[in-house]
Design a binder for this molecule. Sequence first.
Ligand code: FAD
Length: 502
Amino acid sequence: MSAHLLDLSTYCTNLDQPVFALHELPEEVVAVLFAYYSRSPLPLRDNLRRVLAEDLALMPGHTPTGDGAAEYAAAEERARAFHEKWVVGYGHGSVAEHAVVHLAVEEISIVASKALEDCRLASYTEKSTRYVPFDTESYVREPTIATGPLASLYDETCRDLLSTYGRVLAASEAAARAEIERPAGWTQARYDSVCRSQACDVARYLLPAATRTNLGLTINARSLEHTLTKLYSDDLGEIRELAGALHREAAVIVPTLVKYAAPNAHLRGRRAAVEPWIDPQPDAPPVPATNTARLVAGPAEPLSDVAAAILFEAGAGAWTTLRTQVAAWPAERQAELLTAYLRDRERFDAPGRALEQVTFSFELTLDYGAYRDVQRHRMCTQLGQVLDCRHGYETPPGVAAVGLADDYHRALAASEAAWERLAEAHGPAAAQYVLPLAWRKRLLMTANLREWHHFISLRTGRQGHPSYRRVAQDCWHELHRAHPALAAGIRVDLADYDQARA
Ligand SMILES: Cc1cc2nc3c(=O)[nH]c(=O)nc-3n(C[C@H](O)[C@H](O)[C@H](O)COP(=O)(O)OP(=O)(O)OC[C@H]3O[C@@H](n4cnc5c(N)ncnc54)[C@H](O)[C@@H]3O)c2cc1C
């Protein structure tokens, strides 16, 4: 074995401290080394030496010598057996969480990006509709529709939406430049960016769900295998194709750990299994005038429960005793305890974990653009319905301000007409591609009070887009109506701003 392979300093940030970082090792080897912690009395660096001595082929940069082909084949077989034994055969998927993959995902539709981002145990950054303009050809052709008789209707609708988007964008940017004077001290680049993003915020309602987007994904192998299985089992062709592409590329980095990802009969059949229970005449609530949030579920005595949880966390006694004791307090005393628990928080200090003891559900009816942002919250459960035309659409005041309200409503009406024909021919999941981000979607979002603190304060912030700011403000108002003492502790910005970006 060459000497440099045994020099652990290539792989460990130090050789003599109890805390060190690993680098330059294949992700699967990292997973195996951490797995040894649970079964081996040896420290990690000793196990790494053993791996280096026995499993050369696992190390990066290793080139076989001598009878190259034979040695390489033997080494590959050893590597395979090694992973089978230690990773797959270990009997618990948690080992795979120590292997992490970074995947760049480009030119997928917004619909596919949402399906991928449905996985909560991962990190994402996605091309912004608030900062980046899109051109007329920036859309994905849904594979089933693209080969069917309505392909040209699909193309016409997407192009019409994107060209109306382009006109609204240009007019709104010109209006922003006329309206906003460049403040002293701003660079031209900053001024340009503020005017452009102000315009993007207005125009984005016209982007079809088929719009092409890019995203970066960082995910551990366990979570990835589950996500691939889900995507492989989706009804939509683009999403199944995406699963194949993600699988192929991830297999270069963590082949053993994603080997069981495959279409799943249970996931594929679940929708059909529920179908007989669905009322063919669904509820037809009045179309809301704007995005809304309604508090639809929560505990009977949340303030009392939170107060008891605060005392429990402080070690004051057993849960049932504290709960009974605190329930007998007047509400003012419970509220005072909560205020004391939350006091002296700086801007970025999250409230304590006792707030996780209570959970609230809100039914949100919000435009797909706002949903795109809300969906990125992971510390919650979101049940979304397929995007359709039942809940109306949002109209930003900016389109009338630049004299393009008629164009806007005409493009929305055309998208609805196309959607109806496509839904009939290909089903509602495929048809949603031609609906622009203005159409509203219904979502049930359940989160604990700690996450509602985070959601409401982040999403009502001045820099936020007006359509999700309104939803988050609505959540706060609803909570405040039902549980004023709980809402009082939440940082909320209830103001309206003409120029959010200035
Ligand atoms: C004004 C604004 C603009 C934005 N623009 C973009 C954009 O252009 N593109 C884009 O992709 N995103 C953008 N984001 C961020 C994106 O929307 C966030 O992912 C989303 O707000 C979810 O909130 P969160 O990350 O704080 O975490 P949540 O998922 O709500 O979780 C709550 C908290 O849990 C912790 N947490 C959750 N998951 C993890 C994790 N995997 N690792 C570590 N900690 C975690 C964090 O402390 C987090 O604050 C923007 C956000 C804002 C407010």
